[in-house]
Unconditional design. Structure first.
Length: 89
């Protein structure tokens, strides 16, 4: 049985690098990251990441340091997270 996104994130955080991650975990993370990008491409100026999506996105942030869509998505997440006591979607 494949792990959930949250389980996969926890496993990834505890591993010593992506080369040591179980292929099933890597598949979950890759699939979820692709899903996030699909949402961001569909709504590049308005989509707000959930906490779990942000956690995954942040793990791979180094892969797109100058990507405007990624930068804006992260900023929207933090604007939402910090604003008026809201703790994310």
């Amino acid at each position: 049985m494949a792990p959930t996104l949250l389980q996969a994130l926890n496993i990834m955080r505890e591993s010593e690098g992506t080369e040591h991650v179980d292929p099933a975990v890597a598949d979950v993370l890759d699939r979820e990251l692709q899903s996030i990008w699909k949402k961001l491409r569909a709504q590049p100026d308005s989509y707000i990441l959930t906490r779990d999506e942000y956690s995954l996105f942040n793990l791979y942030r180094h892969n797109y340091p100058n990507d405007d869509v990624a930068t804006k998505a992260i900023q929207r997440f933090w604007d939402r997270y910090r604003g008026d006591g809201v703790k994310g979607p």
